[in-house]
Every structure is written in C-alpha cells, then in structure tokens.
Design a protein around this ligand. Structure first.
Ligand SMILES: Nc1ncnc2c1ncn2[C@@H]1O[C@H](COP(=O)(O)OP(=O)(O)O)[C@@H](O)[C@H]1O
Ligand SMILES: [Mg+2]
Length: 238
C-alpha cells in the first residue's frame, strides 16, 4: 500500500477540564520526511502528542495513522502500530545501563536476531553509545542521554518517530549533533514529527512545518516558506 501521508490529524479538540487547549488542530505528517511543530511554551504541543499517543482524550476530531483511525485506541496499541515517542525530558531509566535502556524500547519484539540488528543500527548511528553500553544511563551527560532516548525509541522499529523538544537543555553544538542524527533517521525511511521551540535549528533540518499558538495552527508550509513567513518572523525572530 503506497501512502502519501503517514499521519493525518483533523479538527482535533482537547480540553483539560473547562480549559480548551487544542481548538481544532489539523495537520499532516509525510512519510520519510521531517515535519516539525513549532510553538512557544504553553502553545499545546505536548498536549497534541499526548492525544496522538492516546494518553489524553480528545472530545472532537480524528487521528488517522497509515489509513487507520487511532483516536481512542490505548497507548500500547498505538505504539504497536509503529509510532514511537520520545517524551519531553527524555525519561531514560537512570539506574539501568545504556544497553538495558535500549532493550526496553524493543520489549514487544521476541525475535532475538531482530533485536540484535536494531541494536547494531543504533550503535552504528551513535558509536558513543557502543563505547558506553555498560554505563548507567543516569551518569551520562545530557547529550548522551538524548542519544539513549532516541535510540530507545528506534528499538521499536517505528515508521513514525515523535520527538518532544529534543533540544531542551542542550548546547547549540549538541543540538546540531542530535539533529544531524534525526535527519539521518528520516533518510533511512522513518517519518519524524519534531516538536520544538528552537525555530532556527529546527527549520534547518525539517521539510515541512506547522506553527501552533494558543491551541491553533497559525502558519504552515515548507521549512523554506516558514523561514520567510511574516508570522514566524514576528513571533520568533523579533
Ligand atoms: N495535565 C494538565 N492539566 C491542566 N492543564 C494542563 C495540563 N497539561 C498542560 N496543561 C496546560 O495546557 C496548555 C498547553 O500545555 P502543553 O501542551 O504542555 O504546551 P507546550 O508543550 O506547547 O508547552 C498550557 O496552558 C498548560 O498549562
Ligand atoms: Mg511541551
């Protein structure tokens, strides 16, 4: 089945109690491309991810992944369909080794050979993690923990990787390294949904993007369009 779209969100409404947080968000994620979601703190980015993963209920709208309606499915089913998420703050297991952390990402896979192939792919992408495979993840630097969290997400062999603010707390140089790998993951055929506040560096690697403000999409287009958009210029570049 050929897919022109990996994921389609249509008219999504989410509220916490009486507070509307997402007010009719529609967006599309293309296969084998990086689609970014930009927006200031509090715009509703993480809420959108939580709804997409089935962690927060939506009261209106639809979310279709590879042709299947996933809204209302429990999170483990959604992950099982091939969506991996690297949450805000990374959430590695600090008292487990790097390799144990990675293996947690493949907990559903029973085929030992496949697990070893996926590990090899991640160590190829991040040689640093191979050197540190026995080290307790909690004792690693922020940049290394970011590698562990992305590696763990890839161990599920997702067709869509969702990453919530990977650059948070990293130096610009580490963000660059991290983003280079994200670009490579996409070139190897995984759709990436990159949620970020870091506009400049994100638009440098993304193909398409959306800008969220107060629960609404206020701009969208190619990364090139967004770099030149008055809306984005006004909101972010001053
Ligand atoms: N569990 C929650 N209960 C109530 N309000 C929340 C909850 N999580 C987030 N919010 C509110 O929803 C809005 C959007 O938050 P969030 O989705 O985390 O934004 P972002 O990820 O863009 O910073 C904010 O106003 C935030 O305070
Ligand atoms: Mg957030």
């Amino acid at each position: 089945m050929s897919m022109t779209r990996s994921l389609v969100i249509d008219n999504l409404h989410v509220a916490y109690g009486k507070a509307d947080v997402l007010c009719g968000v529609s967006l599309e994620i293309a296969p084998s491309r990086i689609t970014c979601l930009l927006g200031a703190n509090g715009a509703g980015k993480s809420t959108l991810i939580r709804a997409l993963l089935g962690l927060t209920p939506a009261h209106e709208g639809s979310i279709v992944f590879e042709g299947q309606d996933i809204l209302g499915l429990p999170p483990h089913k959604i992950v099982g369909l091939g969506i991996s998420c690297i949450p805000e703050g990374r959430r590695i297991f600090p008292r487990m080794s790097v390799e144990e952390n990675l293996l947690m990402g493949a907990y559903k896979e029973k085929d030992h050979k496949k697990i070893q192939e996926r590990l090899a792919r991640i160590y190829d992408m991040y040689p640093r993690l191979l050197d540190r495979r026995e080290q307790l993840a909690g004792t690693m630097s922020g940049g290394e923990q970011a590698m562990v969290s992305i590696g763990r997400g890839l161990m599920n062999n997702p067709s869509l990787l969702v990453i919530d603010e990977p650059s948070l707390g990293l130096s610009p140089a580490l963000v660059n390294d991290n983003f280079r790998v994200i670009r490579r993951i996409c070139e190897q055929g995984t759709a990436v949904f990159l949620v970020e506040q870091n506009v400049r560096q994100t638009l440098a690697i993304a193909h398409f993007g959306y800008v969220l403000a107060q629960g609404r999409v206020v701009a969208s287009g190619s990364a090139e369009d967004l770099r030149n958009s008055a809306e984005v210029q006004k909101a972010y570049f001053g």
